[in-house]
Design a protein around this ligand. Structure first.
Ligand code: NAI
Ligand code: MG
Length: 369
């Protein structure tokens, strides 16, 4: 039986409350006897700043580099609004992304049948939806140089951001998308704007070549990013895996997320390059939402985004796709029973807190296993 090294970084706000529920799920997986975990825990974000003046310590970074997966809560909050820029809570997450080389951001949009009526779209448009947005996370216009605001001779100002991608950056994100598609619906849609952007032309060429040479079995279509946004809202079920650059991915992943409901439901994964020796990728799993300072400490946070993020770790880092499926089914079952944290509560359902939701998911796991 494999032993996996986990680093838990609960962070601030509701982070510790929802991480407690993940620990129960980790315990359940161990009890099932399919994997063992060595678990380390450390501070990140505002709580780390309070403890030692940095958003993440070198010790915690070392643990992250040694871990098979980092399970991350969320960081930040009004308490730290005034702290210096380079030690602000977000710096902890940015340092992790950079030092672990996490270039691929995976955002699934899954519609649980019990929540299909909470979507702003019609039930038939979202029911049964299961798509995955793969966003390039470390390149593109958010990082390209020059990046500046300059004052021109006439006194006017000019702002510059640079959209920049190299062949190898596009290749590696394309491979992630194609590999994932093979484990799902075997379909990739590549979104760019080759009609108006040189980076879109190169993106299109590289994705086409990788698909033709190494993934001829995966269906590939190219879609202009603006059209992709429309299609996501019109008929999202036409997609399986959507791959795009950092900027388009930021927007398209948020669009896809809101097809299916509340922030409290949305998991994510960020993956790095495979280790040449083991094939294992560095990985960080985190909910899409933040620290929810408005409800922190009240015991009402929805733990599902955090638990589903751990489910992605089971699937993508530990080869436990069966257990990940089981966890997804347990979450669906609890929602079918009508249990809701306040953020997803609707009339006629049963309002529960963080701990009760976690316990119900565990009970469903016991029943379904
Ligand atoms: P937020 O996601 O923390 O909260 C937005 C709204 O959604 C709030 O009303 C909150 O109560 C609700 N919400 C979020 N997660 C929930 C959950 N699991 N269960 C129930 N309700 C939930 O975003 P906001 O308010 O913009 O940011 C708050 C803090 O979190 C800020 O300091 C921000 O910088 C930080 N943040 C951190 C992120 C991270 O660590 N990756 C991501 C986003 C924000
Ligand atoms: Mg965003």
């Amino acid at each position: 039986m494999a032993t996996h090294k986990l680093l838990l970084l609960p962070g601030d706000g509701i982070g510790p409350e929802i991480m407690t529920e993940v620990k129960k799920v980790i315990g359940w997986i161990e009890k099932r006897g399919v994997a063992a975990f060595t678990i380390e825990e450390d501070l990140v974000g505002g709580c780390a700043y309070d403890a030692h003046g940095r958003a993440i310590s070198e010790g915690a970074m070392k643990k992250a580099l040694a871990a098979d997966a980092v399970i991350f809560g969320a960081v930040g909050g009004p308490k730290w609004d005034g702290v210096p820029y380079d030690v602000r809570p977000e710096a902890g997450l940015l340092r992790l992304r950079k030092d672990l080389g996490l270039f691929a951001n995976l955002r699934p949009a899954i519609c649980y049948p019990a929540l299909a009526d909470s979507s702003s779209l019609k039930r038939e448009v979202v029911e049964g939806l299961d798509i995955l947005i793969v966003r390039e996370l470390t390149g593109g216009v958010y990082f390209g140089e020059p990046k500046e605001i300059v004052t021109l001779e006439n006194g006017e100002k000019r702002a510059v951001d640079t959209q920049l991608y190299t062949t190898s950056e596009i290749e590696r994100i394309a491979r992630v998308a194609f590999d994932l598609a093979r484990t799902r619906g075997n379909k990739v849609a590549s979104a760019e704007k080759r009609n108006v952007m040189k980076s879109g032309v190169l993106w299109n060429q590289v994705v086409t070549r990788i698909g033709r040479e190494d993934y001829p079995d995966v269906a590939l279509e190219h879609v202009l990013a603006d059209n992709c946004a429309m299609q996501l809202v019109r008929w999202p079920k036409q997609f399986d895996v959507v791959v795009c650059d950092n900027l388009f991915g930021d927007i398209l992943s948020d669009v896809a997320a809101m097809l299916t409901g509340s922030l409290g439901m949305l998991p994510s994964a960020s993956l790095g390059a495979p280790d040449p020796a083991t094939g294992q990728r560095r990985a960080l799993y985190e909910p899409v939402h933040g620290t929810a300072p408005d409800i922190a400490g009240k015991g009402v946070a929805n733990p599902i985004a955090m638990i589903a993020s751990f489910g992605m770790a089971l699937r993508y880092s530990f080869g436990l796709g069966g257990e990940a499926d089981l966890l997804d089914r347990a979450i669906a079952a609890v929602l079918d029973e009508g249990l809701r944290t306040p953020d997803i509560y609707t009339e006629g359902t049963v309002k529960v807190g963080t701990v009760a939701m976690g316990d119900a998911i565990l009970a469903a796991l016991d029943r379904l296993a």
